[in-house]
Design a protein around this ligand. Structure first.
Ligand code: FES
Length: 144
């Protein structure tokens, strides 16, 4: 007999499109201890990110139009609200993985540029990127 809790997780993963994720965006918002920016400002930024990814059909692989499929846009972008990304200045701070691009001052206007230029156009928004550090492949040379 199948493990029902495993089935539930598998279904959830499929509904969320986890196997199709191409990029994961984290943004510091709704902080317990707001340090990088005003808490209300961070919530505005988070809501804008969610709304625009949804409007553009980038948050669910099943919501993509034939036009989006044809022009090679990313299949699925996952977004997560982080309580604090530990930079704690010039926020809202936003990071895009697997690219490892860290952005500062991500107001809705800058988020729109990140979506259009980076997430859809594969061009980093240089003026607001303060670090580019793609995560390295794990070193498995010592693994058995
Ligand atoms: S409070 Fe935003 S990075 Fe720490």
């Amino acid at each position: 007999m199948a493990d029902s809790s495993y089935d539930s997780l598998t279904t959830c993963s499929e509904v969320l499109g986890l196997p199709q994720i191409q990029r994961h965006v984290f943004i510091c918002a709704d902080q317990t201890h707001p340090k990088c920016c005003d808490k209300a400002e961070s919530i505005v930024a988070w809501n804008y990110l969610k709304q625009r990814l949804k409007e553009l059909g980038l948050d669910q692989p099943t919501s993509r139009s034939a036009e989006q499929l044809a022009d090679d846009r990313p299949a699925c972008i996952f977004r997560t609200k982080a309580n604090c990304l530990r930079v704690c200045q010039q926020g809202p701070i936003l990071v895009v993985y697997p690219d490892g691009v860290w952005y500062r001052s991500t107001t809705p206007e800058i988020i729109e540029r990140i979506i259009q230029e980076h997430l859809m156009g594969n061009q980093i928004v240089e003026e607001y990127a303060f670090l580019v550090h793609p995560l390295p492949e794990p070193n498995t040379s010592g693994a058995k």
